[in-house]
Design a protein around this ligand. Structure first.
Ligand code: ZN
Ligand code: ZN
Length: 411
């Protein structure tokens, strides 16, 4: 199913705080819903947050039958008995649009039960994440299953648990998956010749045991790895301990994660830097990246990298606005990783970058499906037909090195 690339900014989740909030009086840390009682029409849900969700859809949503017929638009107030979402403006339009709704209905039904489960008050053992790994622990980043297994996560014994946890961990796990030595992305397949150089440079810093001595100079470093998360939104609102899972995978390296962009902090908040422990620092700054860039003294492809989570560079409204930022990032020659929330979203960004920066960049990783995407759908409440997976696809580029010949002879 191809999703229309419209209203895209509303699709992405804004905040994860609700998942960890213990303040909602209704929840009061006691069981409110048993496992055999997770489905409720949203408007009649025992959870206020989900009743509010119904109200938001009632107010801002679109009835797909009105939409297709070019009728006057009425908001969806009729709740589908199978998924419990207000999907259509009336029973008549529900019956008329029922077939077209079938595919989305099963996704919404799953979401209804998942979201009631999250707020059911049961002990969420799947969120009891493992702590630091020992230096000789071997972790495999081949896919979610082996990652959970080799990192000794509490047993992920249901698809539902996998969906809950992957939605939170997709951000740190996606970063880790490109840097880790057991990365699922292989040289000669997704990773290009230029790409393996960029990634090897970063791994030389991340894995200092692999001694690299070139012309008598020891390239082992213990510097901070800087991850610039540009245009940060949902990922900036993740609880800091979620990012610890990235640091645990590289027990020798300190990390500084820079969340930069207008949505990295609430409006009018002051930028700040904090740390969880001696190996993990965060800076939150709501400047535009091209302004933040000026505060950084120097960039080094051995220690610095960029992540753009679903930037939407290819969307008309955003394309020009991205230019100063992309230009600055390309100039650093550091690897720039990008994700997209579905095939067309990623395709739009790839096409825009190819058109706007032709000849200025090399591919590091060809566009491919992200092994560590969220397994949980995110739904656009303004249009329930739009369902995406956070970080569905991944690709990476790097500013072209004009000294490539000299580098070649060195290598
Ligand atoms: Zn209608
Ligand atoms: Zn339905």
């Amino acid at each position: 199913m191809a999703l229309k690339p419209v209203i895209t900014t509303q699709v992405r989740p804004i905040s994860f705080k609700g998942l960890f909030s213990k303040t909602e009086p209704e929840q009061d840390s006691k069981l409110v819903l048993t496992q055999d009682n997770l489905f409720h029409p949203l408007s009649a849900s025992p959870i206020k947050e989900l009743r509010d969700r119904a109200a938001i859809i009632n107010k801002y949503g679109v009835c797909p039958v009105c939409d297709n017929d070019g009728h006057e638009h009425h908001h969806p107030v009729f709740e589908c008995p199978d998924c419990g979402y207000p999907t259509h403006c009336s029973k008549d339009h529900y019956l008329e649009g029922r077939d077209a709704h079938q595919h989305v209905c099963s996704i919404l039904r799953q979401q209804n039960e998942d979201d009631h489960d999250l707020r059911s008050g049961r002990t969420m053992t799947e969120f009891e994440f493992p702590s630091s790994q020992s230096f000789d622990e071997t972790v495999n980043m081949g896919n979610w299953d082996v990652y959970f297994y080799t990192r000794s996560f509490p047993s992920m014994d249901s698809d539902r648990s996998m969906r809950h946890v992957s939605k939170l961990l997709t951000y740190p796990a996606t970063v880790a998956s490109v840097l880790h030595e057991s990365s699922p992305y292989q040289f000669g397949k997704e990773v290009t010749v230029e790409g393996i150089r960029s990634i090897s440079a970063l791994r030389a810093t991340l894995y200092p045991k692999n001694e690299v001595i070139k012309n008598g100079v020891n390239l082992i470093r213990s510097e901070m790895i800087n991850i610039f998360i540009v245009g940060a939104r949902a990922e900036a609102s993740l609880p800091p301990h979620i990012w610890l899972q990235l640091a645990y995978l590289f027990p020798r390296s300190p990390f500084h994660i820079h969340f930069v962009g207008p949505d990295a902090l609430p409006p009018n908040a002051t930028p700040y830097t904090t740390s969880v422990n001696e190996r993990l620092m965060f800076t939150y700054d709501n400047s535009y990246y091209h302004d933040y860039h000026e505060k950084i003294e120097k960039f080094d492809p051995y220690t610095d990298l960029f992540f753009f989570f679903s930037p939407g560079i290819g969307h008309d409204a955003a394309r020009d606005g991205w230019k100063p930022t992309i230009q600055k990032a390309l100039e650093t020659k550091c690897a720039m990783f990008l994700t997209g929330y579905d095939q067309s979203d990623m395709g739009n960004d790839v096409e825009a970058v190819e058109q706007d920066y032709s000849g200025e960049f090399d591919y590091v990783i060809h566009p491919t499906e992200n092994v560590f995407r969220s397994l949980k759908h995110d739904t656009n409440l303004m249009d329930l037909r739009q369902n995406i997976f956070a970080n569905w696809g991944i690709w990476a580029i790097r500013g072209k090195r004009y000294d490539v010949t000299a580098q070649d002879s060195e290598d």
